[in-house]
Write a protein of this length. Structure first.
Length: 178
């Protein structure tokens, strides 16, 4: 669940984007997050905005890409289940600074003539055992897993497509004068 101020602010901003908070209430709650001194004070600010508390019983995110590129990156809220449908498209899910609702994420992939890329922080456990590939490629560059880190279980089917799991790329400085 959400545990620190940046994750709380991301949850508040998402609630505002969803229309569950108006701008005034967002401003009040952000001020309360940054003035909180204890964990209970911090939790009280977003207690009514958790996925179950605001009436959502469907903790799934369904993403569709048909002939286009779909990217989730930055601070985004990751539900326990994600379904990815991609046909002649590309989907990139970057978990580098994402806010997780749970330590385990189940992702179901259905990709035809496209690709799905997962960018995960160091130490995350990636399980690709339930993924079926027909004329495709599955590549896991995210190693080694560390005990206690989040786990992603990827299942589904890819046809003439690829799945890549990798760590974030490091920025390299370029200077024209040596």
């Amino acid at each position: 669940m959400v545990e620190n101020p940046p994750q709380r602010t991301a949850l508040l901003q998402q609630a505002h984007a969803d229309g569950r908070l108006d701008l005034g209430e967002l401003d009040e709650r952000l001020a309360a997050v940054y003035s909180s001194r204890t964990r209970p004070e911090l939790e009280a600010v977003t207690a009514d905005l958790s996925p179950v508390a605001h009436g959502s019983t469907d903790n799934r995110l369904v993403l569709r890409s048909k002939g286009s590129k779909l990217v989730r990156h930055g601070t985004w809220l990751v539900p326990p289940q994600i379904v990815v449908h991609s046909e002649h498209g590309r989907v990139t899910l970057d978990f580098s600074t994402a806010v997780l609702w749970s330590r385990e994420i189940l992702i179901e992939v259905d990709s035809k003539h496209g690709g799905v890329e997962f960018v995960v922080p160091q130490g995350w456990f990636i399980d690709l055992d339930d993924t079926v590939s027909e004329w495709g490629r599955i590549k896991n560059e995210a190693v080694p897993p560390v005990a206690g880190m989040p786990r992603i279980r990827i299942s589904g089917r890819i046809e003439h497509a690829g799945i890549t799991v990798r760590h974030p790329r490091r920025r390299r400085w370029w200077w024209p004068f040596h």
